[in-house]
Design a protein around this ligand. Structure first.
Ligand code: HMG
Ligand code: NDP
Length: 424
């Protein structure tokens, strides 16, 4: 059955009704979502196998963003985040993008790099050539470490050698470029790097030190673009102001950091929900945000097309996988992947990038129009009301007052609650 992500009013349903609606929309069995109950999710025993000195598990809310179409296919997107308004914002932007066909994405081959550092080389320039001459030997040695990866069509694709001038001298750094297929790839690539380091040191005639993956995954890029209809955004002035807002992020690193944080609100929520390594994706993204002609800049770009609509584009390194790490062992991550319905790491990366672009558009649109507080703080108000002890019956009343009074603060919530209880 085809997925239908265009779901309206999901927020107004109870959790069980919502699950049933999402399961229907995603064309998965409703029972497959039962593992999302806190008491059915990751067990203490499983946690104890995942990390050291485990003493418990941390619950993070898992929601579903609606309305996404990517490359003509609908997706319901599982997002794990502690931040209010993120999932609403992604759904809102995806609803707008849908008007013009949704998101279009593309990706490079899933290539990761490992680095092998060689010290104390007397003739670094000549060592570089000796290593390049040994390319076939080094590739064969590395490939022999992971026959399984080769069977899946992956394996080493190239070697590259960089000479890195550092205060302590010139290091010869060999890069091993590996197609990791559906893996995130760190373990696979690190094993290869450690296995060939001895031979690299011999050929370079130096001492090897670091042998590790690079998180600057600049050969593994995902790209997403979308057209956002001017009318659906609020009119031509909104388009112009979003372009100005994005231009500030391109020119000013203080704004770029926040703009990129908005992108990562969406990206990391899906990375976490699917059991992937959030730090690897963050490191890759921020290293990619160093512009070619200037310093730290925005990861996305917004411009106006010839029809007056807004066009958004985002490119990100995307080291995510489906076969290893927590994705393989965490029952909730497995349910999230099944709900998402992706079958390759590339498809997962492309969907994540589309979510990053949607998240970015939603935030910048709010900033360029009414400001962030109305949408974000009205959803955050629920947190504040619960923190001061509002019961489920009192919650809507307290939230409504905090929003009307434009004072989403704990002290004000306490005052409102006291008034409501006749104690004020
Ligand atoms: C919050 C909205 C979406 C409200 O926006 P709105 O226009 O009031 O929403 P609406 O009630 O008209 O609903 C429109 C659609 O949004 C979704 N939606 C709307 N409300 C909900 C909800 N409660 N639960 C689930 N989904 C919701 C839902 O898809 C809904 O469609 P419908 O279901 O009605 O057909 C909007 O104001 C918005 O997009 N704001 C941006 C919020 C944001 O970016 N939050 C991130 C946290 S702030 C931050 O960390 C980053 C930042 C901002 O600093 C980055 C930067 O500076 O660039
Ligand atoms: N700097 C960093 O970012 C670092 C990250 N990590 C961690 O590494 C983990 C990810 O490493 P990763 O190598 O992905 O995990 P795994 O080693 O668990 O998975 C990769 C392995 O899965 C097997 N495999 C099965 N099917 C496929 C397929 N379709 N495509 C590709 N490989 C397949 C391959 O061989 P086989 O079956 O023989 O294993 C491959 O080597 C994460 O937990 C991450 O946190 C670790 C160190 C550093």
């Amino acid at each position: 059955m085809a997925v239908n992500s265009r779901l309206s009013g999901v927020k107004d349903l109870s959790i069980s009704e919502r699950r049933a609606r999402i399961a229907r929309g995603a064309a998965v069995e409703p029972e497959s979502l039962e593992v999302l109950d806190p008491e059915r999710g990751l067990t203490l025993e499983q946690a104890d196998h995942m990390v050291e000195n485990a003493i418990g598990v941390l619950g993070v809310p898992l929601g579903v963003a609606t309305n996404f179409t990517v490359n003509g296919r609908d997706y319901l997107i599982p997002m794990a985040t502690e931040e209010p308004s993120v999932i609403a914002a992604a759904s809102n932007a995806a609803r707008i993008a849908r008007v013009t066909g949704g998101f279009t994405t593309s990706t490079t081959e899933p290539l990761m790099r490992a680095q092998i550092q060689v010290l104390d080389v007397a003739d670094p320039h000549t060592a570089r050539l000796r290593l390049l001459e040994a390319r076939e030997e080094l590739i064969a040695l590395a490939d022999a470490q992971d026959p399984q990866l080769l069977r899946f069509g992956g394996g080493v694709r190239d070697v590259d050698v960089h000479l890195v001038d550092a205060p302590a001298g010139t290091y010869v750094v060999l890069h091993l470029i590996v197609d990791v297929r559906d893996a995130m790839g760190a373990n696979a690539v690190n094993t290869m790097a450690e296995a060939i380091a001895g031979r690299v040191g011999e050929i370079a005639r130096g001492r090897t030190l670091l042998r590790i993956l690079s998180n600057k995954a600049d050969l593994r890029l995902c790209r997403a673009r979308a057209v956002f209809d001017a009318e659906a955004l609020g009119g031509p002035e909104v388009v112009d102001d979003i372009v100005h807002a994005a231009a500030l992020a391109e020119a000013d690193p203080y704004r770029a950091a926040t703009h990129n944080k908005g992108i990562m609100n969406g990206v990391i929520a899906v990375v976490l929900a699917t059991g992937n390594d959030t730090r690897a994706v963050e490191a890759g993204a921020h290293s990619h945000a160093i512009g070619r002609y200037r310093g730290y800049t925005s990861l996305s770009h917004f411009e106006k097309d010839s029809d007056g609509n807004l066009v958004g584009a985002l490119e990100l390194p995307m080291a995510v996988g489906l076969v290893g790490g927590a994705t393989k062992v965490h029952p909730v991550a497995q349910a999230a992947v099944a709900l998402l319905g992706v079958t390759t790491a590339r498809e997962l990366g492309e969907v994540i990038t589309a979510v990053g672009l949607a998240q970015n558009l939603a935030a910048v649109r709010a900033l360029a129009t009414e400001g962030i507080q109305r949408g974000h703080m009205s959803l955050h108000a629920r947190n504040v009301a619960v923190t001061v002890g509002a019961t489920p019956d009192e919650l809507p009343l307290v939230v409504a007052r905090l929003v009307t009074d434009r004072a989403v603060r704990a002290d004000h919530a306490e005052k409102v609650l006291a008034e409501l209880r006749g104690e004020g």
